[in-house]
Design a protein around this ligand. Structure first.
Ligand code: C2E
Ligand code: MG
Ligand code: MG
Ligand code: MG
Length: 279
């Protein structure tokens, strides 16, 4: 009888919810294993000089091919890794691998010594007490010039406009490492941080590039570009797919363009081939 009552009490806990919990747990377990076994891979996407189409920089983008979960987008597993605290070992690996790869390409002459590698940092990575040590260490280990490393953080991090954020960004900047604001324009934050913080680059979010040629899209993109230009920032447009978008961005003085029009993110061997062709 008690069993019956207990069963009733949990009736609203549907099969669907149960499945969801089970798949969350499976994902968490798989992620723990992935960190242990290092199931991650870096893909690379070029940042191309708008005027000359020369590849001036590369963004490193993490991939996870899980034997049990399949190929998962970082948009799915990075937030999970943040929640679980696993972002720290993962993020350190990305930094190590990214800086090592760029140094190797420079040494082999695939790219010049000013070529940059952009690496994404999530909120919890930025707030980690050892971040500055971790960055210094990967620079030491890779022997990469600090100016060649660019850290991409999203605008939403700026909304937490704390004393802590400011001092971390200043410390990063003092190392000589550059800071880029990713997905710029989507964070609804005050723009004052652009003048208060050591920001080097803004990356115009893909959602704005997508509306070039549609409604007021042109006006918005132009406004963002002139804002960046007036502040002396480097402007990267992300997610450019069509020749019309590339032409518009170039004519309106974007510095660098990133997007499928030039190349999708590629695994290491393919990216090296891409770099070799480009030169
Ligand atoms: P993000 O840093 O804004 O990266 C740009 C995303 O847009 C990438 O998705 C890239 O593949 C995609 N993209 C680039 N060009 C185009 C285009 O022309 N069209 C379209 N439709 N998409 C384009 P991805 O690789 O799935 O990464 C998603 C997000 O995951 C990244 O957004 C970044 O926030 C995060 N992420 C990726 N790698 C890392 C990492 O190593 N660490 C951390 N913390 N986050 C990462
Ligand atoms: Mg990015
Ligand atoms: Mg972005
Ligand atoms: Mg993004």
């Amino acid at each position: 009888k008690a069993k019956q009552a207990g069963k009733n009490a949990y009736q609203f806990f549907t099969d669907e919810m149960q499945n969801e919990v089970a798949s969350e747990l499976a994902l968490e377990n798989a992620l723990r294993i992935a960190v242990k076994k290092n199931e991650f891979q870096l893909y690379f996407q070029p940042k191309v000089h708008a005027k000359t189409h020369q590849v001036l920089g590369t963004e490193a983008l993490i991939r996870w091919a899980s034997p049990s979960e399949g190929f998962l987008s970082p948009d799915v597993f990075i937030p999970k890794a943040e929640e679980m605290g696993l972002i720290h070992p993962i993020g350190t690996w990305v930094l190590e691998q990214g800086t090592k790869m760029l140094k190797e390409w420079q040494d082999k002459g695939y790219v010049n010594e000013r070529h940059t590698i952009a690496i994404n940092l999530s909120m919890r990575q930025l707030m980690h007490k050892d971040l500055i040590d971790i960055i210094s260490n990967v620079l030491k280990k890779s022997k990469l010039a600090p100016e060649c490393l660019e850290l991409e953080i999203t605008e939403s991090i700026m909304m937490v406009n704390s004393v802590q954020t400011i001092s971390i960004l200043n410390a990063i900047s003092e190392l000589g490492v550059k800071i880029a604001i990713d997905d710029f324009g989507t964070g609804y934050s005050s723009l004052s941080y652009l003048r208060l913080l050591p920001i080097h680059t803004i990356k115009v979010d893909r959602s704005f590039v997508q509306v070039i040629g549609i409604d007021n899209g042109d006006a918005i993109v132009k406004t963002i570009i002139s804002l960046g230009n007036n502040l002396g920032l480097t402007i990267v447009a992300e997610g450019a797919e069509s020749p019309e978008q590339v032409t518009f961005l170039t004519e309106n003085n974007v510095d660098l363009i990133q997007g499928f029009y030039f190349s999708k993110p590629l695994p290491l061997e393919e990216y090296i081939k891409y770099l070799k062709v480009d030169r």
